[in-house]
Design a protein around this ligand. Structure first.
Ligand code: HEM
Ligand SMILES: [Cu+2]
Length: 541
């Protein structure tokens, strides 16, 4: 009997991956799928930038251009950044970090992934029938008038991705509340898990507003309702309110887990306990809460009364406070540390902190009603969103991928090519997106296929930058693929990190922990090898 139980079940791809309910495999599936969509979204971005190489727009016609930037942003937001941060990192790490054997509802977890995949495939296959062309915001009245099935496909995509998000968020909330290992109080929880906890609540409360917005849009398009048709008593502003009631929290859904990744990476490579553990944890809660009260800062010039804008301006300026609290604590963590600039640390420090500060700063600028009157719908906003989403979210994603790569694969990535990829990303980000501030200040509007000749120079610079980012992406992804197969084998904890996932083998066993660990302190403890008594010994000098 016992011997029979030990015979390993024959593994097939189908049994192993398609039927899996293991949170680690689901996380990897989310990751691989989202990185594939990252390439697709990136190609659309290169299409946009190629069109803007000349002022006259001779690469594609303006309808195709509209489809390109709509596809680019839709793919990046709904199919890449949110699924990578919550689906891939969240699923892989949260159960391991809280000391659980899986998520609370493993089958529902698998369902989330499959819904997400169907959402992505809807857009990919739908592309051959018609592409959405109303921007990722899909504002009426244009999105109601737009011909062809493009917008309908967009609605379906958003709906399915949203459903996947809602189910996923319930899973995270229950897992974190109910399944923490003995001794793991909230005040001992790793900061990535903290960030996922807050993110999950934002997803749960915000996503239904988006579902409502896109459903009513579909009804207006096909079933004769007039929710958004002003001429018949509807209100196009209502759509914008619903959309941003979701999408402003969504910008924090796209960055909070990234903040969590940074909070794990910095102390490990600075070889110091994180500075201000509680401030970092509770500032996420503050951001999560305040994030629901700023949405109308996207609508200052949409016909809202000036007086209605002021409260949103104030709340938007206030939300910069908890964000800055994190930045100061991160800087204090690095300060005076014995910093090792490994690849993940490059992405986390220079890559992320260096770019995100600029994006946060431009956010505070556009959050001012009078300044936004001039800057709204110019390239300044495009610069802002890319400093926070590329310089911010994507840099955190790369920091996280390289940090946990040895844990997930049991192998080390190629370090030299890792640094090369990093520099392509860092330089590419600045060259692509910094000039957009200048274009925006000079008055270049966003979302046009052509532009006035005086904007030519900086557009060309930005286009060159985008190709640098394209090459960087190939370098980084090829490194990951090759290293996953041929990389040097590593021990369980190559970075000497402290959270629970590093206490198990790399890759972790199917049930994570043979014995559920008992937690006695928070994971950010001093590194004894760096305490004064050892420092006084001459270190090999
Ligand atoms: C200090 C914090 C931030 C403030 C005060 C802020 C403020 C703003 C404001 C006022 C706008 C609207 C500008 C306009 O359309 O005229 C905006 C746009 C935007 N922001 Fe931020 N932001 C902040 C951080 C972030 C973060 C962290 C992200 C994402 C990771 C983000 C993503 C976006 C996006 C995607 C848009 C453009 C939406 C569109 O397509 O129209 N922002 N931000
Ligand atoms: Cu916003």
């Amino acid at each position: 009997m016992e011997a029979a139980m030990r015979i390993p079940a024959r593994k097939s791809f189908f049994r192993d991956w398609i039927c899996t309910v293991d949170h680690k495999k689901i996380g990897i599936m989310y990751g691989v799928t989202a990185l594939f969509f990252f390439l697709v979204g990136g190609l659309f971005a290169l299409g946009v930038r190629t069109e803007l190489w000349t002022p006259y727009g001779r690469f594609v016609d303006s309808q195709t251009y509209n489809e390109f930037y709509t596809m680019h942003a839709t793919v990046m937001v709904f199919l890449v950044i949110i699924p990578l941060l919550t689906g891939a990192f969240g699923n892989y790490l949260v159960p391991l970090q809280v000391g659980a054997r899986d998520m609370a509802f493993p089958r529902m977890n698998a369902l989330s992934y499959w819904l997400y995949l169907v959402s992505g495939l809807t857009l990919m296959i739908g592309m051959f029938f018609g592409m959405p062309d109303a921007g990722w915001t899909s504002y009426p009245p244009y999105s109601i008038q737009s011909q062809g099935p493009g917008i309908d496909i967009w609605v379906m995509t958003v709906h399915l991705a949203g459903l996947a998000s809602i189910l996923g968020s319930i899973n995270f909330i229950v897992t974190i509340i109910k399944m923490r290992a003995p001794g793991m109080t909230f005040n001992r929880m790793p900061l990535f898990t903290w960030s996922m906890f807050v993110t999950a609540f934002m997803q749960l409360f915000a996503t239904p507003a988006l579902a409502g917005a896109v459903t009513t849009l579909l009804l207006d398009r096909h079933f004769g309702t007039v929710f958004y048709t002003a001429a018949q008593g509807g209100d196009p502003m209502l759509y914008q309110h619903l959309f941003w009631f979701y999408s402003h929290p969504a910008v924090y859904i796209m960055i909070l887990p990234g903040f969590g990744i940074i909070s794990e990476v910095l102390p490990v490579f600075a070889r110091k306990p994180i500075f201000g553990y509680h401030a970092i944890a509770y500032s996420s809660v503050a951001i999560g809460f305040l994030g629901f009260f700023v949405w109308a800062h996207h609508m200052f010039v949409a016909g809202m009364a000036m007086s209605a804008g002021i409260p949103f301006m104030i709340s938007s300026l206030i939300i910069a406070v908890p964000t800055s609290v994190k930045i100061f604590n991160w800087l204090a963590t690095i300060w005076g540390g014995a910093v090792e600039y490994e690849v993940p640390m490059m992405f986390a420090s220079l890559g992320f902190i260096g770019s995100f500060i600029i994006g946060g700063f431009s956010g505070v600028i556009v959050a001012n009603v009078p300044l936004d009157m001039a800057l709204h719908d110019t390239y300044f906003v495009v610069a802002h969103i890319h400093y926070v989403l590329f310089g911010g979210s994507v840099m955190t994603i790369m920091a996280g991928i390289f940090f946990w790569f040895p844990k997930v694969t049991g192998r080390m990535f190629h370090k030299t090519w890792g640094y090369v990829g990093f520099w392509f990303y860092f330089v590419g980000t600045q060259v692509t997106f910094f000039p957009m501030h200048l274009l925006g200040l000079a008055g270049m509007p966003r979302r046009y296929a052509t532009y006035a000749p005086e904007f030519h120079l900086w557009n060309q610079v930005a286009t060159i930058g985008s190709y640098i980012l394209g090459v960087g992406t190939i370098i980084l992804l090829v490194n990951l693929m090759v290293s996953a197969k041929y990389g040097r084998k590593v021990e369980n904890n190559p970075w000497n990190a402290r959270t629970l996932e590093w206490t198990v083998s790399s890759p972790p066993p199917e049930h994570n922990f043979d014995e559920i660990p008992v937690v006695t302190e928070n994971p950010y403890q001093p590194y004894p090898d760096l305490e004064p008594e050892t420092e006084s010994a001459p270190a090999g000098a």
